[in-house]
Write a protein that binds this ligand. Sequence first.
Ligand code: PLP
Length: 486
Amino acid sequence: MRPPHGLRHHRSIMSDTSFEHLSPEQFRAAGYALIDWLVDYRARVAELPVKSPLAPGDVRAQLPPAAPEQGTDFKAILEDVERIIVPGLMHWQSPNFFGYFPANASPPSILGDLLSSGLGVQGMLWLTSPACTELESHVLDWLVDALGLPQRFKTTTAGGGVIQDSASSATLCALLAARERIADYTVRQQGVPPGLVAYCSEETHSSLDKAVSIAGIGRAQLRKIATDERLAMRVDALAAAIAADRAAGLTPFFVCATIGTTSSLAIDPVREIAALCQAEGLWLHVDGAMAGSATLCPEYRHLNDGMEGVDSYCFNPHKWLLTNFDCDCFFVADREPLIRALTVLPEYLRNDATAGGEAIDYRDWQIPLGRRFRALKLWFVLRSYGLEALRSFIRQHLALAEEFAQWVTEDSRFELVAPRSLNLICFRLKGSDQENQRLLKRLNDSGRLFMSHTVIGGRYALRFCIGQTYTTREHVVEAWRLITAL
Ligand SMILES: Cc1ncc(COP(=O)(O)O)c(C=O)c1O
């Protein structure tokens, strides 16, 4: 006789009777319970303290020292999520989250990710799940048109798109492809030749420091180019640095430009940088991690100006496009250097589709071999909302940011530290850095909102980034009220 439905474990008929799976009915009930829990969590998340009040070690202190010998009811596990995990979370999905950059998730995306987990496929080769590869190629080709990117980023050309876990990985892959290309495809066999030099601006994300370390270029060979008054890379300084390095007998090979830097969303002049890189034979990678989503709106397409001259580009739907982490879209104008940098073909992966050369094997476009079916969540988001609604979503944040910047400018106690860019406002109290730090701490300790900080031109700045899934004008008004009250 079957055990009653519910959340107790089902003893399966196996030779080792201590081994248990959830029965299909128990799995279904637990799944419904989890979805119910998640829906309720998202409904009440605005009421929770955005920043966890816990101290280091508080979460672990509540966990048993050893893994349980006996299985536990799913209901009990879910109760511990509420009791132990929730208090230890920063609630990134709170509409009162204005820190860092957003990581906005949405119901279709959560369901797409759940489906990916449930299907449990490994998309390393076309053969190991044709749909995993082809949906990914197709959705990324859709995005090329939706974002107004150059056609040569489409998988139907010599280039193409792939989903990476993060922008950090995309940037590393771009660097590895560039390294292979400049060394005439000898690095794989011979190792990294000496004298390679990469360039970025003083404002470029730290993932490039990490990438040059990993790639054996070395941080001493990463030139941080000065920025102008808008914190954008100075092309004259870049040209001078390249010339100086050539004169010193070094080999410039890679530039990373950014559309929307992390500190202040500054926009590097991609068209001019691309022209220089083409003249000098350097690989140009463009990092549009967060700002890239804005180009869904035709009025922000100018951010892509010059993109037809770049070698690779990435942006993160897992920041501002309602797709939960992890989902970075990485495009290359020519897939050959990337594939030649990363391909390996051991006997056990050989198959007719790979040998035929018509199928894409995405294992060659990334660092790991295995890969999740991430395209599902992006597909769910695009289909469920449609581009029109996604544009409205972005525009709503842009309008709120404009309004917020206006409030800052009109309040004589505050000042903007950088011009507002898109959905990010960097501002400060007219006072000492310490006063600003104190204000930020009080705001975040209140639990009623979360903001982060940066330093711009040597000055401490508060960052207010509007991009959460459920943030409305009310939340922004309330945040400003709290900031000014404290
Ligand atoms: C401009 C920029 N590039 C790269 C990254 C790194 O993103 P990821 O976490 O996807 O590696 C960030 C993170 O905020 C960023 O702002």
